[in-house]
Design a protein around this ligand. Sequence first.
Ligand SMILES: NC(=O)C1=CN([C@@H]2O[C@H](COP(=O)(O)OP(=O)(O)OC[C@H]3O[C@@H](n4cnc5c(N)ncnc54)[C@H](OP(=O)(O)O)[C@@H]3O)[C@@H](O)[C@H]2O)C=CC1
Ligand SMILES: N[C@@H](CC=O)C(=O)O
Length: 437
Amino acid sequence: MEQVQVALLGLGTVGSGVFKMIQQNQDVIARRTGRFFNIRSILVKNLEKKREIQEIHHLLTDDYNQILRQQIHVVIEAIGGVEPARTYLIEAIKKGCHVVTANKELIAKHGRELEELAEQHGVRLLYEASVGGGIPVIGTLEHFLKANHVYRICGILNGTTNYILSQLSEQKREYTEILKEAQEKGYAEADPSSDVEGRDAAYKLSILIRLAFDADVPVEQIRCRGITDVTSGELELADRLGYTVKLLAQAEQFGESGPIACSVCPTLIPKSHLLSKVNDVYNAVYLEGDRIQDLTLIGQGAGENPTASAMVEDLCNIERWQSFRRVKKAEPWIVEGAAEAGTQLIYLRSGDAVTESDWEEQVKRWSGRGMEFHGWAFRQKERETEIGCIVSGWNEETEADLITKTGRNAQIVTKRPVFLGGSVKSKEEKMARLTVG
Ligand SMILES: NC(=O)C1=CN([C@@H]2O[C@H](COP(=O)(O)OP(=O)(O)OC[C@H]3O[C@@H](n4cnc5c(N)ncnc54)[C@H](OP(=O)(O)O)[C@@H]3O)[C@@H](O)[C@H]2O)C=CC1
Ligand SMILES: N[C@@H](CC=O)C(=O)O
């Protein structure tokens, strides 16, 4: 049996999961790959930290040079962040090691550089765990959609925020308490602002854009909004209107090498759509391609086991055939809610007790100005009124009028795009949708 020497960088949620899976699933791995993966060393930051896994202290080190002096075939990186992870992986590649990583920030920002270096040194760089936790979406794009023109990606790409939004709407609990729970379950990033402010999902979207469209959209150019301003009041109104709010990452390319509309933002999804039923730590990726038509992958998007599963599967698949892509730099087309920006939820609050009949009168007048109202719902608290309405063709003139006519201290709290789902068939129709609103 071939012995493969492995170094593991990081022994947190993901690193521990990888260590346990390699130990506990050794039989099935050996039977199916003909290889025995031997973890020679584990890099950690704090050697004094109490570890959940027993009897590994002889493997731990806080000195990366010590690892580089060993005969290592594969480096598995589960540290996170750009530095020192980037430097460590560059050194490993230059030494001729294959690399497996879960680090989306690193791959989103430096994936091209690392991939080119790996190619020069004849080694593989694999990063299945960087998007969608246990969902094999990178493998699917790399190996099973090579001959398709994939032109649309929609996804729930962050487990922490999906957990928070699901719990907020179902359990009516406090945001901070739910976030703490997500951290305890090992879903959140070391800095959870990356999850709740949408950056983590933007890193993942930029990785998928590169694989699906052969285009490099700098992650800082992806329009990105998080969930920090989503309230249970808004979720309740959306629910009454027949929608669920999800942090949705969307990208759509208009023609080969054409412009790419992309964004990450809280989005209303009709309750009848499959994506609205993806709850808690589950993630989903919906892809549209010219031949596959549409494909949805669903699975656990964060946590020890699903993430470790993706990394160990990469480890077992290092020899698998490679894809070649010529990635072109691309300027994103900045659109909130990507191609669906035309229909929105307008969530507003008034200091007065607004009646539904007053509101209906106003709606009749506003409807004559090129806007279409698809529905509205009210929440009344003493003299305060919260209104959620679904509108197409929203314009600034109406916005000013709406604020003055909706009572004392009326203000628009948020505007959210509505996901219409399904494929838009003609390019003209797509363009029209993009320019609305
Ligand atoms: N958690 C999840 O569900 C998922 C995470 N990921 C990604 O996996 C990676 C790891 O995440 P996770 O396991 O949750 O993170 P943790 O914070 O739980 O673990 C990080 C580990 O890296 C070690 N570490 C941190 N900095 C250094 C350093 N400078 N030198 C050496 N070791 C260091 C820490 O050491 P020590 O133990 O001594 O503190 C710890 O063992 C990240 O890139 C994350 O984005 C990807 C998919 C899912
Ligand atoms: N923090 C991330 C972990 C997986 O990528 C998430 O919540 O999705």
